[in-house]
Design a protein around this ligand. Structure first.
Ligand code: HSE
Length: 309
């Protein structure tokens, strides 16, 4: 095989109370990565589309090439590779855009060079790619995009990834308003000290959310989708946030919160019909607010990246 084209999914991270420790993969959107062996010993980015010219061609700065470089160094690969990145979602969208490119890159590289590496082997290299974009190690986009499914990161040192069962009829509506938020900046505004009563509330919600997901308890999922630490701060970056959230809840959402560092918001529901209704109603609101945006409806993507024809 000389060339390979893959899809790597977007993801919702934090999922309400699970800052930096919870995330799940989506069926759409997702990035496409094309890798071609070049035999010249170089890693090169030859084409980037869908980024409005914003992403770097410098291999030291692009999440996809940094992830591949990390693999090349670790496994001492001497062949060269050219990289094409086709962005299918906005940058700074809160949908794990940089993570999807890094995951697509390591997944494609593993297949192209027949390295037979496991997801656990690939994870640190995708994280190295994600790091150049967000300047922080957080795996709650990279791990769901790579493993698929609903992911809990129990700890980071060493990294401990746990795939959680989630209800098969769980649907997610994404509302992506036309705003760009850089993860780096959205992390910088977070409080450094958290009052103990908020920690109690947050840990109660995150524990109950996981139990609710694992036992198909929609009422518990709904009661647990609360974030008392991050949402009050970051919601200020998203104009109309509480109007959009109220609309999603009135349309039947189990809960609605910020996807990753925003501006995208996610709403969970227990049927496709409700998920579509939330998409329709929230899209109307972002249009009325003069912000505009796009919506997606997806179940939890259980597969992660895949090879395209
Ligand atoms: N957990 C990270 C954050 C995800 O909220 O900063 C960034 O997409």
């Amino acid at each position: 095989m000389k060339s390979i084209k893959v899809f790597a999914p977007a993801s919702v991270s934090n999922v309400g109370p699970g800052f930096d420790i919870l995330g799940f993969a989506l069926n759409e959107p997702g990035d496409e990565i094309v890798l071609t062996k070049t035999y010249n010993g170089k890693i090169e980015i030859t084409n980037i589309t869908g980024d409005d010219g914003k992403l770097p061609y410098d291999v030291e700065k692009n999440t996809a090439s940094v992830a591949i470089k990390s693999l090349v160094e670790k496994y001492e690969i001497s062949d060269g590779v050219s990289i094409e990145v086709n962005k299918k979602m906005g940058l700074g969208s809160g949908l794990g855009s940089s993570a999807a490119s890094a995951v697509g890159a390591v997944f494609a590289f593993n297949e192209l060079f027949e390295l037979n590496l496991s997801n656990a082997d690939l994870l640190p290299h995708a994280l190295a790619g994600e790091f150049v974009a967000s300047k922080a190690i957080h795996a709650d986009n990279v791990a769901p995009s790579l493993y698929g499914g609903f992911i809990l990161i129990r700890g980071y040192n060493p990294i401990d990834i746990i795939k959680i069962k989630s209800p098969k009829d769980l649907f997610c509506t994404i509302i992506y308003p036309n705003i760009e938020i850089k993860t780096r900046e959205a992390r910088a505004i977070l409080p450094k000290d958290i009052p103990l009563k908020n920690v109690v509330s947050q840990t109660g919600n995150v524990a109950a959310l996981i139990y609710g997901l694992a036992t198909d308890d929609y009422s518990l999922i709904s009661r647990s989708l609360n974030d008392v630490i991050i949402e009050p701060v970051r919601s200020k970056l998203i104009s109309g946030y509480y109007d959009i959230k109220k609309t999603a809840m009135e349309a039947g959402a189990l809960g609605c919160n910020i996807s990753g560092s925003g501006p995208s918001m996610f709403a969970l529901s227990n049927s496709e019909e409700v998920a579509n209704r939330i998409a329709l109603e929230t899209k109307r609101v972002v249009t009325e607010l003069g912000i505009g945006g796009v919506t997606y409806v997806s179940q939890v993507n259980q597969v992660g990246p895949k090879i395209l024809d």
